[in-house]
Structure formats: structure tokens, C-alpha cells
Ligand binder design. Structure first.
Ligand code: HEC
Length: 106
């Protein structure tokens, strides 16, 4: 018994326990976290895409077409890029109330 308790108090024992705990924590994180995160990201992204599709269909497709190809009421959005959409929507120009104005009011 005396020998066992002497070994328990070895100065390196605490360090070994700490390193084992760190290795276990890190190992478990490496095994579980990336897969969960990638899955969560993919789910969030597909939900965002679905939501965007719905918003586009309701608010934009009547003028810009269901595929963004444009109609007689609005130009094609093919290739205009995210910055144009951000600008138009963030400034309130889109969704336009009417397509009849020569230049849509600011
Ligand atoms: C009532 C018809 C109408 C609706 C609804 C509409 N738009 Fe537009 N959109 C237009 C017209 C017309 C223009 C051209 C504006 C101009 O030249 O001033 C335009 C231009 C744009 C542009 C600029 C294109 C470029 O070449 O830079 C973007 C981006 C855009 N619309 C996005 C949207 C989005 C996103 C929605 C839905 C939230 C939307 N629009 C709804 C009629 C519409």
C-alpha cells in the first residue's frame, strides 16, 4: 500500500493524466465535431436556398421570370451577380412596385 500511494504522488502523474484527458477530448472532438458541423452547415444552406427560392417566386418571378430569364416587365437577372441583387433589394428598389417607370424611383 505504501508503495502504491508513493507512485500516485509521482510528480509526472498529474501531467500524464492531463495529457490523456487532452488527447481524449481532442480525439473525440476530431471524430464527432467536423461531421456534425458539415451536416449542420449543409442543412442550413439548403434551408436558406429553399427560402430564397420561395421569396423569389413570390416577389420577383412575375417580372424577372421563374428562371431569372426576364420578361417584358423586367430584365434578365442571369449573370448580374449577388452584388446587384444586394444593392437593388437593400436600397428598396426591388421588388419594384411597377415596371412602367423609365427609371425606377429611388
Ligand atoms: C414589378 C416588376 C419587378 C419586380 C416585382 C421585381 N423587379 Fe427587379 N427589376 C425590374 C425592372 C423594370 C428592372 C430594371 C430597373 C432599372 O433599369 O432601373 C429591374 C432590375 C433588377 C435588378 C438589376 C439588374 C441589373 O442588370 O443590374 C436586380 C438585381 C433585380 N431587379 C432584382 C429583383 C429582385 C431580387 C426582385 C424580388 C425581390 C425583383 N427584382 C422584383 C422589375 C421588377
Amino acid at each position: 500500500m505504501k508503495k502504491l500511494s508513493a507512485r500516485r504522488r509521482h510528480p509526472l502523474a498529474a501531467l500524464v493524466v492531463l495529457l490523456l484527458a487532452l488527447a481524449c477530448t481532442g480525439g473525440l472532438y476530431a471524430v464527432f465535431a467536423p461531421a456534425d458541423k458539415a451536416q449542420a452547415d449543409a442543412t442550413a444552406q439548403s434551408l436558406t436556398i429553399e427560402e430564397g427560392k420561395k421569396l423569389y417566386t413570390v416577389g420577383c418571378a412575375s417580372c424577372h421570370g421563374t428562371g431569372g430569364q426576364g420578361t417584358s416587365d423586367g430584365p434578365s437577372l442571369v449573370g448580374v451577380g449577388a452584388a446587384a441583387v444586394d444593392f437593388q433589394v437593400a436600397t428598396g428598389r426591388m421588388p419594384a412596385a411597377t415596371s412602367q417607370a423609365a427609371q425606377l424611383p429611388d
